[in-house]
Design a protein around this ligand. Structure first.
Ligand SMILES: *[C@@H]1O[C@H](CO)[C@@H](O)[C@H](O)[C@H]1NC(C)=O
Ligand SMILES: *[C@@H]1O[C@H](CO)[C@@H](O)[C@H](O)[C@H]1NC(C)=O
Length: 390
């Protein structure tokens, strides 16, 4: 949570003395001088939704309404998704939320939220009240997040005709993803034929999704077939396909073969991205080949490729788990230069590991920085510090 929001929240909660503050009064103060921007309101709503113990369902509704959340901005969508997960055991409240905030303008978003809460019948009735290609795609997405692949197949087969809705590339990609996640990737071929017959253009995602599924099922012959099909449709040997293949092999514990693919792509003139290295480095981490991990990490740096924060956090976690605290410290140093900090449990592993390998001063230095940066975790860090060898 941003410090400014924390401050506002503390001030608002402490100034209300006689009656406890309601979300509406916190988010929409009567005094115009303390009015909040809509972004501040959303941030405040998020922190209220995250509070523990979680607010009761009617409070969650008032928070969302007082903050006037709408799915038009990313931050509001984060807040809505959070509210949905908090309401997943209170379906009636969730229905209230979606009907007041989202329907009819935002039916696809409401459908997706129902899917997230596992309420597929509600997602379906929302689709039926406002059928469109976007709603159909949201409904398939809802089935996927709910893990109900049989329902996805039924909807894909019957809803477009029954509701006079035209499937598009995203629709086909969604059902192919459902096949790939449920171990039925062989159905890709017939759906792909249908796609071509209907004049819907496949794109790289169509093929890489099928490739990922066939790898998972260890159908290597089919992987080759899809690659050929892909070339025929002018999608070529793009970076995205190489990444899907590298990931597929690494997930199967065949990182050595994936690395050969990296060499092949370079030879053929496709530049690897940080994502390529991300898959390879995790692959070798999981296979316990730390030498290869460090070599690839160095190579990645030399090429000037920078990953996202979770790439570095996961790497630090694996290095700590393997007991290589020096290397973990090196990676941690690079992330702090970008103001990224791994989660408490990973940092605790690193600190304890450093202290255990006679780097108590380094460990204490890190603890000081953590306490400064995350005052709300200061207690936890004090415990870690007291347990260190003095
Ligand atoms: C393929 O099309 C879908 C739907 O329009 C889109 O979401 C996806 O990003 C596209 N994939 C690529 C690689 O452009
Ligand atoms: C990490 O940074 C600390 C403090 O800046 C420094 O003392 C240490 O040598 C660095 N370690 C590595 C492995 O880069």
């Amino acid at each position: 949570m941003a410090a400014a929001v924390r401050l506002i929240l503390r001030r608002r909660l402490s100034t209300a003395t006689a009656t406890p503050p309601t979300p509406a009064s916190i988010l929409n103060p009567s005094s115009p001088t303390s009015a909040l921007t809509s972004r501040q309101k959303t941030r405040l709503a998020i922190s209220l939704l995250k509070s523990s113990p979680p607010p009761p369902p009617d409070q969650i509704l008032s928070i969302c309404r007082a903050a006037a959340l709408s799915p038009n901005t990313h931050l509001d969508r984060v807040a809505l998704s959070l509210a949905t997960s908090r309401l997943s055991s209170a379906p009636d409240s969730l229905r209230d939320l979606t009907s007041s905030l989202l329907i009819p303008h935002h039916a696809p978003h409401a459908i997706a939220l129902f899917g997230q809460a596992g309420l597929l019948p509600d997602a379906i009735s929302t689709f039926q009240s406002s059928p469109s290609t976007r709603s159909l795609n949201a409904l398939l997405f809802a089935c996927l997040v709910a893990g109900n692949h049989a329902e996805a197949a039924r909807i894909f087969q019957t809803f477009p005709d029954a509701h006079n809705v035209k499937p598009n590339t995203e629709t086909f990609n969604a059902i192919i993803k459902s096949f790939s996640e449920s171990g039925t990737t062989r159905s890709f071929y017939s759906v792909f034929d249908e796609m071509c017959k209907k004049g819907v253009k496949p794109n790289a995602t169509t093929f890489t999704t099928a490739i990922a599924g066939f790898y998972k099922e260890e159908q290597f012959g089919d992987v080759e077939k899809v690659i050929e099909l892909m070339k025929k449709h002018g999608c070529g040997e793009s970076l995205q396909v190489y990444n899907a293949r590298v990931q597929g092999l690494c997930k199967l514990g065949r990182s050595g073969e994936a690395k050969a693919l990296l060499n092949e792509m370079v030879k053929r003139g496709t530049k690897p991205s940080w994502v390529t290295y991300n898959h390879l480095i995790y692959g070798f981490c999981k296979e316990g080949d730390l030498e290869e991990v460090k070599r690839l990490y160095k190579e990645m740096g030399k090429k000037g490729l920078v990953g996202d924060s979770s790439f570095y956090f996961t790497l630090i976690f694996y290095l700590c788990k393997a007991g290589d605290f020096d290397s973990a410290l090196g990676v941690y140093n690079e992330t702090t230069a970008r103001s990224w900090v791994p989660c408490f449990s990973t940092m605790k592993m690193l600190v304890n590991g450093l202290a255990g390998s006679s780097k108590v001063d380094e460990a204490k230095g890190i603890i000081e920085k953590m306490k400064e940066k995350f005052p709300d975790k200061a207690e936890g860090w004090k415990e870690v510090e007291e347990a260190l060898p003095q």
